[in-house]
Design a binder for this molecule. Structure first.
Ligand code: AMP
Ligand code: MG
Length: 492
């Protein structure tokens, strides 16, 4: 679509809109009451059967680098923006329906989404927010009452699945790819307008009068936000799975929940995405390098707007500096180190290496580590985080050795509040792959109770919540190599 940033399009009505789940926090951001949500109008509007006064729906045009290669025009193929809401607090929120029918960017696909992927997006958006990770939000999950045909494992066995729509909410859904597409067409005027629009609307803190200085500050800010985002992913054990430039938010939000996954046993080489199995481009441990690569593509797209490349190079350098600082700080906090000490980085790297070799559950480990008594450091509290008794036997001595030095290290600073400090950054509950899969299985049989329960647990991921202890359990054996748990396709 030459010369365009977006196209007007209306959602395609469906047979039987029905509300399955909603987020109370997001509803209140939008000044919606419980009565509003309970009305039949709510399900109709947020499944795309009805528009409210003032809504002018559109789909955005964007391109992207997918798996390292320029893919040309992509665009919102099944996402339709309903418009923006100004709430009573003066905040502005964009509303977007995912799965509400095809758009001019659908490229012959159906514009729909299946229940399983919609549950994953709905739950994980809210779980990430409560973990303190920048993310788009989710207001609602609705059923369409229509079937969607998908070949889930790409093995020639398509089947009908229930269709669903998620209403996503964010200050902006603009991606790196929105800038790339304008630049790739040599439309520098459109590119400049989109940049200046984005700065004016979404970066109010950038007030430089000079346009060049303003754009340079902005690019640096995008680099900083992206660095902070990935550092948080590494902190909580989140693997995005498809870090194409069309899935990179200009605000540094986690966006487009597809074949994402959570680290069970700590493994930097793991990727949940079956499409990426061979090269593992988007594996856990490579996310920072990929974000930097993506920012470099964005810098190239923006280059025509800059007289010299220096500000873009500075921005990219700022990514490295910010990531190094944030990742280092967050990892130190996870281990309970307060004041920086010489040797901390080595101790952290060694600890993480042990987690990988010993096949240890990341989330369970850090909660258990907080309970290790620095006066009598024992492996006992950590036992439950191991997946394999043999690995524990093989690496037990190394762990014990490391733990001894660890105990001495944490004794050096404010040991009395170490448990609280560690538990404030190490979640007890994350949306483990198998937990989402169990909830999906039940929901496909009409039972939404698990979706509701997980939404509730994930509201307070750092709290003990003993009544929900079963959702803190490490991955059960059945889920080890199970589709939907250990691996996911892009089919959604
Ligand atoms: P994703 O891998 O979900 O980020 O999607 C990549 C591109 O494919 C985006 O432009 C999507 O809008 C588009 N897309 C994915 N699934 C569909 C679908 N069922 N209908 C229309 N467009 C789709
Ligand atoms: Mg996408």
């Amino acid at each position: 679509m030459q010369g365009a940033c977006w196209s007007r399009v209306e959602p395609t009505p469906v047979a039987a809109p029905r509300l399955l789940a909603w987020s109370a926090e997001v509803a209140s951001l939008l000044d919606l009451t419980v009565e509003d949500v309970a009305s039949s109008e709510f399900a109709e509007v947020f499944t795309g059967n009805r528009l409210l006064a003032g809504m002018q729906p559109y789909a955005a045009c964007y391109g992207g680098h997918q798996f390292g290669h320029w893919a040309g025009q992509l665009g919102d193929g099944r996402a339709i923006n309903l418009g923006e809401v100004l709430n009573r607090a003066g905040q502005r929120w964009d509303l977007q329906l995912k799965g509400a029918g095809p758009t001019p960017y659908a490229r012959r696909a159906d514009g729909r989404a299946v229940l399983r992927s919609s549950i994953r997006e709905f739950l994980c958006s809210e779980a990430m927010h409560h973990l303190g990770v920048p993310t788009t939000r989710a207001l609602s999950l609705t059923a369409t009452g229509e079937a969607v045909l998908r070949d889930k494992m790409y093995d020639g066995n398509p089947r009908h699945e229930p269709g669903a729509v998620v209403c996503r909410v964010a200050p902006s859904f603009i991606r790196f790819g929105n800038f790339e597409i304008a630049s790739s067409r040599g439309d520098h005027e459109l590119l400049a307008r989109l940049v200046d629009f984005t700065i004016a609307r979404d970066f109010p803190e950038i007030v430089e009068a000079d346009a060049d200085a303003r754009r340079a500050r902005w690019f640096t800010s995008v680099c900083e936000r992206s660095a902070l985002l990935v550092a948080h992913w590494m902190r909580v054990g989140f693997v995005h799975g498809v870090m194409n430039t069309d899935n990179m938010s200009i605000l540094g939000l986690t966006i487009d929940y597809g074949p994402y996954g959570w680290i069970d046993d700590y493994d930097p080489d793991w990727t949940p995405n079956t499409t990426d199995e061979e090269h593992r481009r988007y594996r856990f441990g490579q996310q920072a390098q990929i974000a930097h690569w993506n920012l470099t593509r964005l810098a190239e797209a923006l280059a025509p707007l800059f007289a010299t490349q220096a500000p873009l190079r500075d921005g990219l350098d700022r990514f490295v500096a910010t990531y190094t600082r944030e990742y280092g700080g967050m990892m130190a906090a996870k281990f309970g180190f307060l004041e920086p000490h010489a040797g901390d980085a080595e101790s952290i790297a060694e600890g993480l290496g042990l987690l990988q070799r010993g096949e240890v559950d990341m989330t369970a480990f850090f909660r258990a580590l907080a309970t290790v008594d620095p006066k009598a450091p024992s492996l006992e509290p950590l036992r439950g985080a191991f997946y394999d008794e043999d690995a524990l036997r093989r690496h037990g001595a190394d762990f014990q050795h490391w733990l001894g030095r660890y105990a001495a290290r944490v004794s050096a600073d404010a040991p009395q509040d170490r448990v609280e400090r560690m538990n404030a950054v190490n979640p007890r509950y994350v949306l483990r792959n198998y937990l989402a899969q169990e909830a999906i299985h039940l929901a496909e049989q009409g039972d939404l109770s698990r979706v509701h329960e997980l939404l509730e647990v994930m509201r307070r991921p750092y709290d003990e919540q003993p009544e929900y202890a079963r959702y803190a359990a490490k991955r059960p054996d059945w889920a080890r190599n199970q589709p939907g748990c250990s691996m996911l396709s892009c089919s959604s």
